[in-house]
Design a protein around this ligand. Structure first.
Ligand code: ADP
Ligand code: MG
Length: 449
């Protein structure tokens, strides 16, 4: 008999919407409650990619929510099926992973064809991606997508994987970043496991390598990738690649790879036009379960035009501001939000990179960059970390969520909290204020007074 009912789950979801709005997705409503088994709340999420996303990114938030709703410590576990027997099934039910988990593909449930907005700027890439996903190895091989940062390459690549997995459940599909491919290769060389490496990468039915432009200047890796490519291609397996430039314009790419990459379909993704930007903003809002009126979407899309990640950043900021002030997302709020960004931009005449902030702050406080990215909470580390986030907000154009990402994968609310904390302390603490002035001077290259 169930000891826990649906109301608990409703409570948990309400708590998450309140405290972790950016992590929420509209499909959370499809999560089902199983029961409390061995002191753990089991939640049913049948779709693999969604379940992994929850397990990877949301487990702490769910556990916190469950604790708040039930008033007791109640760890949460996401399972793919209802456990058959009464005995415990710790840690959720996952598909068997061979090779120590190397085969696990980490895909974002946000990156599907359903959520991809098609416009004149990405129509070809989208249509071809769909064809490839439905008939891997038969439509276009290799399939090569290129375009600038934040224009949807990773989204399309992952959508291909998710659709191919669904339509061809028996296929072995690998999504990997180029860097990760090269690291795997180097490890294999060092550990004398090249045989395993080759067996693994030359037997996939679909190999999807993101950001292949990273392969430049890595001679032995290029060589290995060339052979991997040939082997897959010759046996009719699908190869999908993305890059920030077309094959001919990737610097230091060997000619034989350039010509291989050009031999299938090469599809560009251009910067999105205004209409596409509006549609994307609305789609992202729906995905997060928030309401953005047309006039707001239009206002934001007209002003944020560099890439889609920035557009999403603007949405996150809007969502956060609306939450802090407990108000609706409306035009006035959008003006305040985007206006604020413009102010920050003009005050930061010199563009500063997050890396230089990490370097400067860690150097200043005698820490390692790794400390700032770590989970350690002692004050000697936590304060410099908050200072770093504060400086990143003031001197870069990154959104709260993106800054959180750079600082060890933290949530945008953590960044928001850091900014508020430092803002507050700066007023009363002369020592801190002086440190900040010196840090900012170091970052922007002005001489100390
Ligand atoms: P890239 O890999 O080209 O740098 P991403 O695929 O990571 O870019 O896209 C950045 C963000 O923009 C992602 O959140 C992605 O979902 C979103 N995005 C890009 N293009 C579209 C689109 N056409 N429709 C919906 N979302 C998009
Ligand atoms: Mg990408």
């Amino acid at each position: 008999m169930a000891v826990i009912d649906r109301a608990v789950l409703e409570g948990v979801l309400a708590y998450l919407r309140e405290h972790y709005p950016a992590a929420c997705r509209h499909w959370f409503s499809e999560i089902e409650i199983v029961d409390v088994i061995d002191g753990t709340l089991h939640l049913l999420v049948t779709e693999d990619v969604r379940r992994r996303y929850l397990q990877r990114q949301c487990i702490d938030a769910f556990t916190e929510a469950a604790q708040s709703v039930t008033g007791r410590l109640l760890p949460v576990s996401f399972v793919g099926e209802v456990p058959q027997i009464e005995t415990s099934m710790p840690g959720g039910v996952f598909k068997h992973q061979d090779d120590g988990g190397e085969d696990e593909i980490l895909l974002s449930p946000d990156y599907t064809f359903d959520t991809f907005v098609v416009g004149p700027d990405n129509r070809l890439a989208h249509a071809a991606a769909l064809a490839v996903a439905e008939q891997p190895g038969r439509a276009y091989n290799p399939f090569f997508i290129h375009g600038g940062v934040g224009l949807g390459k990773t989204h399309l690549l992952q959508a291909i994987c998710q659709t191919a997995m669904r339509t061809n459940p028996d296929m072995r599909i690998c999504y990997i970043s180029c860097n990760s491919f090269m690291n795997n290769f180097m490890d294999a060389v060092q550990e004398g496991k090249m045989k395993d490496f080759r067996h693994r990468f030359r037997t996939y039915d679909v190999l999807v390598v993101d950001d292949i432009h990273d392969i430049t200047n890595r001679g032995p890796s290029q060589e290995e990738f060339f052979h991997t490519f040939n082997s897959l291609y010759q046996s009719g397996r699908q190869v999908v690649l993305s890059s920030d430039a077309p094959p001919n314009e990737i610097p230091d790419l060997e000619e034989r790879l350039t010509s291989r990459f050009n031999s299938g379909l090469v599809a560009p993704i251009e910067k999105p036009c205004y209409e596409t930007r509006v549609a994307i903003l609305k789609s992202k809002a729906t995905l997060r379960g928030i309401d953005v009126p047309d006039e707001v979407a239009g206002y934001v899309a007209a002003r944020v035009d560099s890439n889609i990640r920035e557009l999403e950043g603007a949405l996150t900021t809007l969502q956060s501001l609306a939450k802090i002030d407990s108000r609706e997302i409306d035009l006035a709020l959008a003006k305040q939000c985007i206006g604020g960004q413009a102010q920050v931009d003009s005050s930061a005449q010199v563009s500063v990179s997050v890396q230089s902030i990490l370097d400067t702050v860690s150097g200043f406080y005698g820490l390692r960059v790794g400390d700032l990215l770590s989970k350690r909470r002692q004050r000697s580390i936590a304060l410099p970390r908050q200072i770093g986030m504060y400086l990143a907000r003031r001197h870069t154009r990154f959104s709260l969520g993106e800054i959180g990402g750079y600082f060890g994968g933290r949530d945008h609310t953590t960044v928001m909290h850091a900014i508020k904390t430092i803002d507050g302390k700066r007023v009363n603490d002369d020592g801190l204020d002086r440190d900040l002035v010196r840090l900012e001077e170091a970052l922007t290259g002005q001489d100390a007074i």
